[in-house]
Design a protein around this ligand. Structure first.
Ligand SMILES: *[C@@H]1O[C@H](CO)[C@@H](O)[C@H](O)[C@H]1NC(C)=O
Ligand SMILES: *[C@@H]1O[C@H](CO)[C@@H](O)[C@H](O)[C@H]1NC(C)=O
Ligand SMILES: CC(=O)N[C@H]1CO[C@H](CO)[C@@H](O)[C@@H]1O
Ligand code: SF4
Length: 293
């Protein structure tokens, strides 16, 4: 089946700021719209364009919902029905939790857009208190960007980890999911050559997610200019996947354009005039990154 192109929409808001919404056509007519929740982002993940902009403001509930409405209205005729919504565009959705909870409700409400709650996924870098609240108040799906298996690496590439570390994050999920029936969290793990893709990382990952009903999504890193990370080679990702699968994890990895496009979804926006600081590279990784450069 022919893979269609990703469609990127730019929306100018009333105050002149611009946000991006991406439509990702998938096989079998399962089109996904990737929506933004903030203008910019305060989380400063080291791989992410949006993070480099810093946070400009939260989007309102209607600005969030409108992205899905407009994608449906403008694009359904070209690509077919839109079945999935992911909050993986600009911003940390749980940093704007009030409006995101309201928007998610409207997306799944019969009187609203009537998406299935399992097909509306809110993605977070790991804001623990808000994540708890989200799980208690919403039935929509949750994706957590893990991206590393040690606090040392995670605190570097995702500075939010300095506040809410892996133990706290995973312990909270383990606890909260006990009372959610048939609910699985999706862990996103972007494969970065030499940074988080070793056999030891795979083994640590198995231990970390122990007791948490989950799926693990391995994502190929989409290199962009200004990034010092390199993608992990396919064979190595397959090896990593197989280690997880053999241990009984549900692990997803598709080597396809769709995969790249999903990764691209987290890297919207161009670095603006306000630039968040690039963090000091931990010394043991300097050689890896220099070799990759
Ligand atoms: C965004 O919304 C959250 C609550 O959902 C609030 O705590 C925060 O201060 C808001 N941020 C900005 C920049 O307005
Ligand atoms: C971390 O995870 C998200 C996917 O949920 C992704 O957008 C981001 O690029 C990842 N990157 C790194 C380097 O950790
Ligand atoms: C935290 C950690 O140990 N990360 C590893 C990620 O993968 C590279 C090699 O692929 C290792 O060298 C790192 O130690
Ligand atoms: S990856 Fe997500 S949470 Fe991290 S800086 Fe980018 S937009 Fe923010």
């Amino acid at each position: 089946m022919e893979l269609k192109r990703t469609l990127q929409m730019l929306f100018k808001l009333e105050d002149g700021l611009v946000i991006e919404t991406v439509l990702i056509p998938c096989e079998r007519g399962r089109n996904t719209v990737c929506i933004s929740s903030q203008v910019g982002c305060a989380m400063n993940c080291q791989f992410c364009y949006t993070g480099r902009m810093g946070l400009k403001r939260n989007l309102s509930t209607s600005e969030i919902v409108e992205q899905a409405v407009l994608a449906r209205r403008l694009l359904s005729s070209e690509v077919g029905p839109i079945s999935n919504v992911v909050f993986m565009g600009m911003g940390e959705p749980l940093h704007n939790i009030e409006n995101v909870l309201k928007a998610a409700d409207i997306l799944v409400d019969e009187q609203g857009l009537h998406f299935s709650p399992r097909k509306v996924t809110v993605s977070t870098s790991g804001l623990v208190p808000q994540l708890k609240r989200f799980l208690r108040e919403s039935n929509c799906a949750l994706a957590v960007s893990l991206n590393a298996t040690t606090d040392e690496v995670r605190s570097w590439i995702m500075p939010i980890n300095r506040k809410f570390n892996l133990n706290l994050l995973l312990g909270t999920l383990r606890e909260e999911l006990q009372s959610k029936h048939k609910y699985k969290v999706l862990f996103e793990y972007v494969m970065l050559a030499g940074v988080n893709d070793s056999v030891e990382d795979a083994k640590r990952l198995i231990d970390l997610v122990q007791g948490i009903p989950c799926k693990i999504n391995l994502i190929t890193f989409n290199p962009h200019s200004g990034s010092f990370f390199k993608p992990t080679k396919k064979e190595k990702i397959i090896e990593f996947r197989d280690i997880l699968a053999e241990a009984g994890c549900v692990v997803l990895f598709r080597w396809s354009r769709g995969n790249d496009q999903m990764a691209a979804c987290g890297q919207l926006g161009k670095p603006g005039e306000i630039q968040a600081p690039v963090l000091q590279v931990p010394s043991q990784f300097q050689a890896v990154l220099e070799a990759a450069a």
